[in-house]
Design a protein around this ligand. Structure first.
Ligand code: ADP
Ligand code: GLC
Length: 468
């Protein structure tokens, strides 16, 4: 596999959770798996050994090299691509809100390093690439190595985690990427006058997957295809949705070591302690513990539905609820939540930043979890919430629709503030007047099983089908 982030090395979102958990789940099934990742500045090399020095990376006119470090984790070999001119920086993709200008070469370097690892260090039958950052690999493979015996019979799988991020760059970048001008074609890399790397992955990979069955259907419609729905419809025979799983080793209230008290479906008492602790951490009053706490843990991006919350946020002040909000991202939403916390510190507990420990504490300590995403390829937080008995309130889209039902949470559609408030009201009513039903829903939610084993089996089947 080739990807731009993976826990525990680097993370900005769910992609990292997937690359941290799916490979070990495949290894547990007996597959031999290696993962190629950038070695960013924050990735320590402790325990890793250098297995290749000065591997050449020739990208168009540029001659670069990378040292490849390797380490074993949970039955998987992780290869870290140490190329300081590309990856020794503050952020993964951006710094101070601005994308790095050379992201196209940075991730072309990752793709070349992936091919180098496949040539020299780990001979795969399948190369599985994730998101636009790894999308050039199938392009380079077919373009340059179609007749290279090293890669005979090697098949590529390309997984789309989010259609909203496509890696779009100016036409002149083709030359810098070492790709011929004739790829600038509507049915290849061209996209409204630019080049689109995600599109390259979709066109060139032998098989395309996305991270939930519903999202696989949605992206073939103009509303969710971000301009690529026609291409995806053309590839429909080689496109499938495989639902992500949850790493229950990290995300289970029974053994979570970040939370103050552990609990389970048969004994939920610890959850009340978690709630009290959360209120304290978020600076919310603890005198009326019966008031429901609604949690949010999210990248603060338009995708996540904050434009539904913004227009009604000041109405929520009058509801008998508290909110515990953790997120970072777009300034307009950071500002909104900071302003709410300033206006009503007794109602809104807000932490702007990235904090994994607090994410666990919110999953455990909140009563409900709000996830009104406009679209959601899979979504992991709602699955974590289910496991923690924190009932999700979510827009019925993508993976949210596939993982939540009427006995485990509250879904709404259409995508509107009114519909969202309707679902919220319904949740608050059940919570206030029908404690038995609430408890039953919690137990039902906690017993749902989205373990990686199921998804890994689906990927295995796909690999074996492709490898013949
Ligand atoms: P996406 O990948 O679109 O951001 P997912 O729901 O798939 O959405 O995954 C988000 C992951 O990132 C989850 O593991 C979640 O806990 C984590 N996360 C998001 N924002 C934060 C934050 N501010 N602090 C800590 N963890 C966060
Ligand atoms: C993306 C999606 C999210 C998905 C994650 C992992 O970031 O936005 O829905 O869960 O990738 O596949």
């Amino acid at each position: 596999m080739v990807a731009s982030e993976a826990t525990p090395f680097s993370k900005t979102g769910g992609l990292a959770d997937v690359l941290g958990a799916l490979p070990p789940a495949l290894a547990a099934r007996g597959e031999e798996v290696a993962v190629v990742l950038p070695r960013y500045r924050m990735v320590p090399l402790d325990g890793a050994r250098c297995v290749r020095e000065n591997m050449p990376l020739w990208i168009g006119p540029g001659r670069y090299t990378a040292d490849i470090y390797s380490l074993e984790r949970k039955g998987v070999t992780y290869y870290l691509v140490d190329a300081p001119e590309f990856f020794d920086r503050d952020g993964l993709y951006s710094s101070g809100g601005a994308d790095y200008w050379d992201n196209f070469t940075r991730f072309a370097a990752l793709c070349h390093a992936g091919l180098g690892v496949a040539r020299h260090l780990f001979r795969p039958n399948i190369i599985h690439c994730h998101d636009w950052q790894a999308a050039l690999l199938p392009v380079y493979l077919k373009q340059y190595f179609a007749n290279d015996p090293t890669f005979t019979g090697v098949k590529t799988v390309f997984t789309i985690h989010n259609m909203g991020y496509q890696g779009i760059f100016g036409k002149d970048r083709l030359w810098w990427l070492g790709l011929p001008e004739w790829l600038f074609r509507e049915d290849l890399l061209e996209f409204y006058g630019n080049i689109n790397l995600l599109k390259g992955g979709i066109v060139y990979a032998d098989y395309v997957t996305t991270v939930s069955p519903t999202y696989a259907r949605e992206i073939q419609t103009p509303g969710h295809g971000f301009g690529l729905d026609g291409l995806l419809r053309a590839r429909t025979a080689h496109l499938r949705g495989i639902l992500n799983g949850v790493d229950y080793h990290d995300w289970s209230p029974e053994r979570d070591h970040y939370i103050t008290a552990n609990y389970s479906a048969s004994d939920l008492r610890g959850k009340e302690q978690c709630k009290m602790e959360l209120l304290g951490i978020m600076g919310l009053p603890t005198d009326r513990p019966e008031v429901p706490v609604i949690g949010i843990v999210s990248r603060l991006a338009a995708q996540k539905g904050f434009d539904l919350i913004a227009p009604v946020a000041y109405d929520l002040v009058n509801w008998d609820i508290k909110m515990a909000i953790l997120g970072s991202g777009e300034q307009q939403y950071e500002r909104l939540f900071r302003a709410l916390a300033d206006a009503r510190p007794d109602k809104f507990g807000v932490y702007i930043g990235f904090n994994n420990r607090l994410a666990h504490k919110i999953e455990a300590g909140a009563d409900m979890f709000l996830m009104p995403s406009y679209y959601e390829p899979c979504g992991l937080n709602q699955m974590y919430s289910l496991r923690y008995g924190t009932l999700p309130i979510a827009h019925a889209t993508g993976g949210l629709d596939d993982t939540i039902d009427g006995s485990t949470g509250f879904k709404f559609r259409p995508y509107s503030s009114d519909a969202m408030l309707g679902a919220l009201r319904e949740a608050l009513t059940v919570y206030a007047v029908d404690r038995d039903r609430w408890r039953k829903m919690q137990v039902e939610a906690m017993r749902r099983d989205f373990s990686w084993a199921v998804s890994a089996a689906a990927y295995s089947d796909l690999y074996h089908m492709l490898a013949g």
